[in-house]
Design a protein around this ligand. Structure first.
Ligand SMILES: [Zn+2]
Length: 855
């Protein structure tokens, strides 16, 4: 028989599934549903190994659940708006839409070679007006439900290109294209009120018990709830005061300055008559808007000359600075600095020669009052010093005391704050969903009437000018006001692309419905039972989706509380890095083994420098093209290797030998079943009455494997499942060549083996199922169930100890009468030799565990 022809087999089954709509599903209230979803890709044009791993994991879950009788929804689509399409338009002059749809076509073809069990009828592309028109309607509903507002907000501005930059377009503080230092500018933008749900989003994390703990912690930290206090500091020689939010009011006696944001109203006021301050404010505004930029920058400030009175002591005056690390968007835009308890404040105090008074000392000090601070702030728990009525208290006690004191003096009150900010969704970009708003000189902000939706993107745009093509399109933005009929202009901003990915999972439930989400369909399919994707989306995408689900529920679209009941975050794919003799990165496919076995460049034979194994990335060229692997070894091999190497949540080390091992295993399996050394029993042969002991043992292994693999797949322990199935394959292969009744066990074993492998290697499994004589289609066959009677261990091995020393062991029937066990133990030659002819003083049998002989 011919060697396994994966090309023929894989394309045969792929077209069979396609033609027979094997994975097409509809709502069926009689059946339990299971919704498995992988994070949909950005259509960059080619799939990479990260995609292969992600979709393989999802496919195994989908096929396994289908075999278990669930009505499985497993869709795929495209997160199709975004910057790369606009960059392609600028670089290659191709329209973003054309570029995107071509990429989708290419990637769909690539995905189809992987044999993934998608219901392709549900495919969506978010750049399709049939998709984004729905989110324009959602936005208007959010407006009606008080979930949206408009306000001035800072953006990154490229002064050379005259355009707004996304955070990812700011590289080391400069525009990625122009290289010019980025400035901050204020623009009117739309915000979604995610902060309304801050507490709910935080508390509900506890209900997500099938999410990785680390993701829940990351979300919790991002939401960043803090219990603090808002304190009023009176300004000296002025009638007004400074509101300061702090989470550490217990350190009030260590205060040595106050600092306000460059955008604080007081700073704006003072800068009017102070050119030095004005210049400093401008410098702060060039820092970029990201927290990272703030964190990295050198901490600087400028003394305003103003002073504030300490809230607990009128005679104590402190200077007020404008500082570059205080953000208007956080708290009240004003802080008090306690240098001894905060490294940032300490650096600032040393720079500007401000007092450093320690107020918390380590717990175990003999003389805490002598504790001093040099160049490192003390941030641990400890005992209060230099703090008047709080001295001697623990930090927790001091917090309680200061809260009570300030309440009594009426100078401050408790306040809960969140780090979470509202979600700014306006982007000054062409390739996104237009925001359905019209600006009228008379009426102000006017919603686009529902009957005029969608507001579609114009096709005829040019990218030769900097800025947003929608803005300088000759006609698109000019419309009549829907209210008064006068000339007005459209909003030219588009939505942040996270908008599209915040509800696509709900659209899959009814992808062609006229309304955005068919409620009955969504009520049946939602929530997603298992979501699978990269941990890099642990915060924004998952948090926005959780918020959107709540907002959609409020507007009557959905009933689900949470979008994703279960979450699996897969690890990265790593590969060794290679550099050529000139120090340039090179592709692994350009490295071949030289004469001495060491790697050389395939073109010039010069030595290759092998570096550490790190995440596959284009820039380091340590990538392997999935298309090449699939065309060389087949999809089943690629899938099997992805699953067998390590648990899904861990990083996977890509090696040629690993791929080769998977390939050789599948070929061996093929030969074992298609070219058995002796024929196994025919299909539907009745189970023989008598089996040899070896055959019985093998049967028991087969059924134990069924049980264990079922459990492994349920827990996503795919690598364990693969290891067990390879073990079973070896056991079956070793018994190959048996004759008579025992050949029945071989057939049973191979049939179960193929069924258990099917979710992981669906093509070869389907073909072998047919080779075993079955007319049924394997992915329609139910998941195997182990025969309980074969799972019982019928014998146990008991160690025999004489005076505490192990001398022998005994294999006996489980639960054998202890008297019988004692007899057998004493009959052991080794025990007899150890007793040296004398009778044992005592024999203690612990049933099914151990035998102790006292000599
Ligand atoms: Zn008007």
């Amino acid at each position: 028989m011919a060697r396994y022809n994966f090309k023929e087999t894989e394309s045969k089954w792929q077209s069979y599934w396609d033609k027979n709509e094997t994975f097409k599903v509809t709502e069926d209230p009689e059946r339990e549903k299971y919704y498995v979803l992988e994070m949909f890709p950005y259509p960059s044009g080619r799939i990479h190994m990260g995609h292969v791993r992600n979709y393989t994991l999802g496919d195994v879950v989908a096929r396994y659940k289908k075999a278990q009788g669930f009505n499985v929804l497993h869709p795929m689509g495209w997160d199709a708006f975004g910057l790369p399409a606009e960059n392609a338009a600028m670089d290659a002059g191709v329209h973003p839409g054309k570029w995107t749809y071509k990429n989708i076509e290419d990637m769909r073809a690539q995905l189809k070679t992987m044999g993934l069990s998608y219901d392709w009828d549900r495919e969506i592309a978010t750049c399709d007006p049939d998709y984004y028109k729905h989110e324009q309607k959602m936005f208007l509903d959010f407006l009606k439900n008080d979930l949206v507002y408009r306000k001035e907000s800072w953006v990154n501005w490229d002064p050379v290109e005259n355009t707004v930059l996304a955070n990812e377009q700011v590289v080391d503080g400069c525009g990625w294209r122009s290289g010019a230092p980025v400035e901050r500018r204020k623009l009117n933008q739309w915000f979604l009120k995610i902060t309304d749900y801050a507490e709910d989003l935080r508390v509900a994390l506890q209900s997500l018990d099938r999410w990785p703990e680390k993701v829940r912690i990351m979300q919790e930290n991002w939401i960043g709830k803090s219990e603090g206090m808002r304190l009023t500091w009176d300004l000296v020689d002025r009638d007004d005061s400074l509101e300061v939010y702090t989470t550490r009011p217990d350190t009030l006696f260590g205060a040595s300055f106050c600092a306000i944001s460059a955008n604080h109203p007081l700073a704006t006021e003072l800068a009017e008559n102070n050119t030095e301050l004005q210049a400093f404010v401008e410098e702060c505004n060039k820092m970029g808007t990201s927290e990272e930029a703030i964190e990295k920058a050198e901490k600087k400030g400028i003394n305003t000359g103003l002073k504030v009175k300490h809230p607990l002591d009128d005679s104590w005056e402190l200077p007020v600075y404008v500082a570059n690390f205080v953000l208007m968007e956080y708290g009240t835009g004003a802080i008090f600095g306690c240098p001894s308890g905060d490294q940032r404040d300490l650096d600032f105090a040393r720079k500007y020669d401000l007092p450093v008074v320690p107020v918390v000392a380590p717990k175990d000090m003999d003389k805490p009052e002598e504790f001093s601070i040099e160049n490192e702030a003390f941030t641990d728990d400890g005992v209060m010093i230099n703090s008047d009525f709080m001295t001697g208290m623990s930090v927790a006690e001091a917090k309680k005391a200061i809260f009570a004191k300030c309440a009594q003096m009426n100078i401050g009150e408790k306040e809960t704050n969140y780090r979470l900010r509202d979600w700014g969704v306006s982007r000054q970009r062409y390739w996104g969903c237009p925001i359905p708003i019209i600006h009228c000189g008379d009426c102000g902000i006017v919603e686009v009437p529902a009957e005029d939706l969608p507001v579609s993107l114009p096709e005829d745009v040019t990218f030769d000018k900097p800025g947003n093509p929608l803005d300088h399109h000759p006609t698109w933005k000019h419309v009549d006001c829907p209210k008064c009929g006068k000339a007005a202009v459209r909003e030219t901003d588009t939505f942040d692309t996270f908008f599209e990915s915040s509800w696509y999972f709900a659209r899959y439930c009814s992808p062609t419905a006229d309304n955005s989400i068919d409620k009955a369909a969504a009520d049946y399919w939602m929530s997603v039972d298992q979501y699978i994707g990269g941990v890099e989306h642990a915060v924004l995408h998952l948090l926005y989706s959780r918020f959107f689900t709540r907002a959609l529920k409020k507007c009557g679209y959905l009933s689900a509380d949470e979008p994703f009941a279960g979450l699996l975050t897969q690890g990265m794919i790593c590969h060794e890095t290679y550099k050529d003799a000139d120090g340039n990165w090179m592709f692994p496919s350009d490295a071949i083994a030289g004469n001495d076995g060491k790697l050389v460049h395939k073109n010039d034979g010069r030595p290759v420098d092998v570096g550490a194994s790190i995440k596959m990335s284009k820039s380091k060229k340590n990538v392997v093209d999935p298309e090449l692997i699939i065309s060389t070894y087949g999809a089943d091999t690629a899938r099997l290797f992805m699953l067998s190497d390590s648990p899904p949540e861990r990083d996977l080390e890509w090696t040629d030998s690993g791929v080769d091992g998977a390939w050789r295993y599948l070929n061996r399996l093929w030969r074992l079943i298609t070219e058995p050394k002796a024929p196994y029993a025919g299909k539907d042969t009745a189970q023989p009455a008598n089996l040899s002991a070896d055959a019985q043992k093998l049967r028991s292994q087969v059924h134990k494997t069924i049980m264990a693999v079922t459990d492994d797949l349920a827990k996503f322990h795919f690598n364990k499942a693969v290891a067990r199935l390879r073990e079973l394959t070896n056991a079956l292969g070793n018994l190959d060549g048996v004759e008579g009744d025992d050949s029945w066990v071989l057939r049973e074993g191979y049939e179960y083996l193929v069924r258990l492998l099917a979710p992981m290697t669906p093509h070869i499994s389907a073909e072998l199922w047919a080779e075993l004589g079955h007319d049924s289609i394997l992915c329609e066959v139910d998941w195997p169930v182990a025969d309980d009677s074969l799972l019982v261990e019928d014998t146990v091995i008991l160690p025999i100890q004489i005076n505490g020393k192990r001398r022998d062991q005994l294999e006996v029937a489980k639960d054998l009468d202890p008297k019988e066990v004692e007899k057998l133990a004493l009959a052991s030659e080794k025990v007899q030799a150890a007793l040296d002819g004398k009778p044992a003083k005592k024999v203690i049998v612990v049933p099914n565990r151990i035998i102790n002989v006292v000599a």
